[in-house]
Design a protein around this ligand. Structure first.
Ligand code: ZN
Ligand code: ZN
Ligand code: ZN
Length: 270
């Protein structure tokens, strides 16, 4: 744990649903030798100043993300939404529940995501017969209240929904940090909440240049940053449209060093 009693955030993955390099693609970003252009599926890990270990999303890259970052435990998991790039590594949590002692990891999400996870991973969340052999990951779903202060393991969160394609993603405010990933637009009420909080750190969706029907583009992410005015902003969930150095230059032209693309395994203290 950091000696200055800060929270530590690790960017476990910063890429879009395909990961970068994308299989079969020979574009300059997918062929780049810059380690910051190698992006696993988007996920963050927070070790709070109280020592709680919080995982946000269980990507198909979870196992390598944990091994590469030497993470050996999780106290609880937050799932932002049910898209495969955010949940399809959920079985990789299994060894963390083996113990001794055998333990159950709580998983927090909104009600819609909870319903879908119960169906898709019925063998975990709704088993009809006892597990035998190696068994199943011992996970328990908890539905969160939105827009209310919610305490999990003594950590205070405010969770909120915003539109993303056919459904909604759940973002959150944790102390002076906010996480807004896979976002089509941020409702005015949430923009106000984040602005009034005077954020130290915003992590925000920034898929590509131009426009996209379910994600924030660079231009739209930058507009929200101008409204919300966090002290620092990390951009996440980038596609192969953007190399790290390109996006870094675009951000620094507008904001100086206050806004920057995140890269895999980057650590930020807040
Ligand atoms: Zn995604
Ligand atoms: Zn490519
Ligand atoms: Zn998504």
């Amino acid at each position: 744990m950091d000696l200055n009693q800060k929270n530590t955030l690790i960017a476990l993955g910063t890429g879009t649903s395909t990961g970068i390099p994308m299989m079969g693609c020979k574009c300059p970003v997918c062929s780049s030798l810059d380690h910051r252009d190698k992006r696993l599926r988007t996920s963050i890990f927070i070790e709070s100043k109280h020592g709680n270990k919080i995982l946000v999303d269980t990507t198909p890259d979870l196992r390598s993300q944990f091994l590469e970052n030497k993470i050996s435990g999780v106290d609880f998991v937050i799932i932002t939404h049910e898209h495969s790039d955010h949940v399809h590594g959920i079985d990789d949590l299994r060894p963390l529940t083996f113990g001794p002692p055998v333990r159950e990891i709580p998983v927090y999400c909104n009600s819609e995501t909870g319903k879908i996870l119960e169906q898709r991973f019925a063998y975990i969340f709704n088993p009809t017969r006892p597990a035998i052999g190696g068994g199943i990951p011992r996970l328990r779903l908890h539905e969160v209240n939105l827009l209310k202060e919610t305490k999990i393991f003594d950590e205070k969160f405010i969770f909120f929904n915003y539109p993303h394609g056919h459904g909604e993603t759940m973002g959150f405010l944790f102390q002076k940090m906010a996480y807004v990933v896979d976002c089509q637009e941020i409702p005015e009420k949430i923009v106000s909440l984040l602005t009034e909080t005077k954020l130290d750190l915003l992590i925000i969706d920034c898929l590509k240049r131009g426009s996209h029907s379910t994600h924030l583009s660079v231009e739209r992410a930058f507009n929200y940053i101008k409204q919300i005015k966090p002290i620092r902003t990390g951009l996440i969930h980038m596609s192969h449209d953007l190399s790290h150095t390109q996006l870094e230059a675009m951000a620094s032209n507008e904001f100086g060093s206050k806004v920057f693309p995140l890269y895999d395994q980057q650590k930020i203290f807040f």
